[in-house]
Write a protein that binds this ligand. Structure first.
Ligand code: PA5
Length: 465
């Protein structure tokens, strides 16, 4: 496999020559460019000093071999793998599973299901539909104590024990968690179950190319080497210290300018392919959780970030696009277009002479979808609305690997420009602590008191029953 990119980024739609007075000028970008290069240099030295270990994941041949071997073992023993995990422990695998069609998977690949919520009806319906004897559960949690994942685990554990006996537990669970610490690591060794490490220093939303994302995907028969190959290609491009030849840096720079100078506080990701909605979900978490921060690195209150929104082309042309074209100028839209959808479906004839239908016949649906993407992009330009397009020749693991890495670096560059820490998530912790308090965890008495005080503040006049 060569290292030619499969991903084209077209950022014309950010500039005044396309969108008129509301667009950015080349001079805006030129002025920012030295700051972007400084951020890239900081990332490069952080990487060299081991502070950003996610960069090394696609190069870790030893880890990839171990994952492939375990996936092959699971494929020979089971028909289905169920992921129990949430957030960064679920979204990466789901993005790949959504995108890669069965024809591009090994024929012995398992059916892989990602269960990332604790909605009681969905969870019990999913579990009821499984042949437990032929199912393995991959419990994924870096911290090893996430309420949702551990609750799912306990439900499944009881079910397995009741149906297949206690001795089944070691065989039917695979744990992906911290290599040394945490409750889940302890459970894995007590149960003598198979396990894989989440490499140290790799946070959930940057973990798709670790065992977190790669084991379920390899179990499904998807080529994880191709994914990593794509990520390595993106890494070459994302390491160039020049904004104009580095797509991750260029996109981050323009999204930053759009936010700071044009009030674009919302970033809409709009793939024209059902298969890319999982990627848009993954990106949504990456962008939101990494950049949405109250304080900057100096501790000043900044309350920054850019709200990611997922929209689907062409479906949301009939739902969201009216707002994007005529509503507030607070958005930048990034389109995805796949040149070859890998499937042809022609619109037949039969309505010759009927003006409203005749022109459609003979077009392939993928071609029409792409025309609609173009049309929406141009409509946004005409309306002076900022946008960019990511164009893929096709959609396979190589392209996805490139996109994952490009977006991860884009996020870090944006974080650097905003002056915040993109790797922490203190706002999520607050909710997690209050959940523990509500559920009565020992040691959470202070949290329980806060909950009580907050609930006491509610006024009956504002609750209508
Ligand atoms: O990106 C993150 O860090 C989070 O979304 C986590 O992945 C999520 O909270 C799940 O955490 P854990 O893997 O510890 O169960």
């Amino acid at each position: 496999m060569g290292s030619t990119t499969q991903v084209t980024l077209d950022v014309n739609g950010f500039f005044d020559h396309m969108v008129g007075e509301h667009g950015l000028s080349r001079a805006d970008l030129d002025t920012l460019a030295p700051r972007v290069v400084d951020v890239l240099k900081t990332l490069s030295s952080d990487r060299k000093e081991g502070r950003l270990p996610f960069y090394g994941l696609p190069y870790d041949d030893q880890a990839i071999r171990v994952i492939e071997a375990l996936a092959a073992e699971l494929r020979s023993e089971f028909d289905t793998l169920v992921v129990l995990g949430i957030g960064g422990s679920a979204l990466g695998a789901r993005a790949v599973l959504d995108a890669i069609v069965p024809a591009d998977r090994a024929p012995d690949g398992l059916d892989v299901l990602v269960l990332d919520n604790i909605d009681p009806l969905s969870l019990s319906t999913a579990l009821d539909g499984l042949k437990l004897k032929r199912t393995v559960f991959n419990v994924i949690s870096k911290s090893g104590c996430t309420v949702e994942t551990m609750s799912q685990f306990m439900v499944v554990r009881e079910r397995l024990e009741k149906r297949l006996g206690k001795s089944s537990l070691s065989r039917h669970f695979v744990f992906t968690t911290d290599p040394q610490e945490g409750l889940l690591r302890r459970i894995a060794s007590e149960q003598k179950a198979r396990s894989l490490p989440v490499p140290e220093g790799v946070g959930g939303r940057f973990s798709v190319l670790s065992a977190v994302g790669l084991l379920p995907v390899a179990a499904a028969g998807i080529d994880i080497r191709a994914l990593c190959h794509g990520a390595r290609t993106a890494d070459l491009r994302a390491s160039v210290l020049d904004v104009f030849s580095n797509p991750a840096a260029l996109h981050a720079a323009l999204l930053f300018l759009a936010r700071q100078q044009r009030g674009a506080s919302v970033h809409v990701l709009m793939p024209y392919s059902d298969r890319l909605m999982g990627l848009a979900e993954w990106y949504g978490q990456l962008w939101a959780e990494s950049l949405g921060k109250r304080v900057d690195l100096a501790g000043r209150e900044v309350m920054t970030g850019q709200t990611p929104v997922r929209a689907l082309g062409a479906t949301d042309q009939h739902s969201q696009v009216q707002l994007y074209v005529e509503g507030p100028r607070d958005k930048v839209v990034t389109f995805f277009r796949i040149e070859d959808h890998g499937c042809e479906l022609r619109i037949p004839g039969g309505y010759e002479g009927v003006e409203e239908l005749e022109y459609l016949s003979g077009h392939d649906l993928g071609e029409l979808l792409n025309m609609e993407q173009r049309a929406t992009e141009l409509a946004l330009c005409e309306a002076g609305r900022l946008n960019s397009s990511i164009v893929l020749a096709g959609l396979g693991p190589v392209e996805l690997g490139e996109l994952f890495h490009m977006f991860e670096v884009q996020t870090l560059v944006m974080g650097g420009l905003l002056g915040i820490d993109p790797l922490d998530q203190p706002g999520v912790e607050a909710g997690k602590n209050l959940t523990r308090a509500l559920a009565g965890r020992r040691g959470s008495e202070a949290g329980a008191e806060r909950v009580r005080q907050l609930l006491d503040r509610k006024r009956g006049e504002f609750v209508l029953a």
